[in-house]
Design a protein around this ligand. Structure first.
Ligand code: FES
Length: 102
């Protein structure tokens, strides 16, 4: 699975993730040393994994808990997601996400 990650300055990096891995996008970004804290451990309760999906049409849609959490943020865009709520599966292949936390 290939994904592309942009940091706040717009630098884009390609990350290749093995297909058989059972992780979510927050865990991948954290492991790649992006400023993603994941304080709540992936429970959609902290929003420290806020990302903007720039490209990616096949993602699993956000559930109510994620939408409620996103609503608490001061600034969101139409592409805002909590990375912990995006499982790493084939359907995310090719996505481009921007890390919005610092
Ligand atoms: Fe807390 Fe994603 S890690 S909301």
């Amino acid at each position: 699975i290939n994904i592309f990650v942009e940091d706040k300055s717009g630098n884009r990096q390609h990350i290749e993730i093995p297909t058989d891995i059972n992780l979510n996008l927050m865990e991948v970004l954290k492991a790649s040393e992006y400023p993603v804290l994941g304080t709540c451990g992936g429970m959609a309760l902290c929003a420290t994994c806020h990302v903007e999906v720039l490209e990616g049409d096949n993602l699993n849609p956000p559930q109510d808990q994620e939408l409620d959490m996103l609503d608490t943020l001061p600034a969101i865009t139409s592409g805002s997601r909590l990375a912990c709520q995006i499982p790493v599966r084939e359907n995310i292949n090719g996505i481009v996400v921007k890390v919005l936390t610092e």
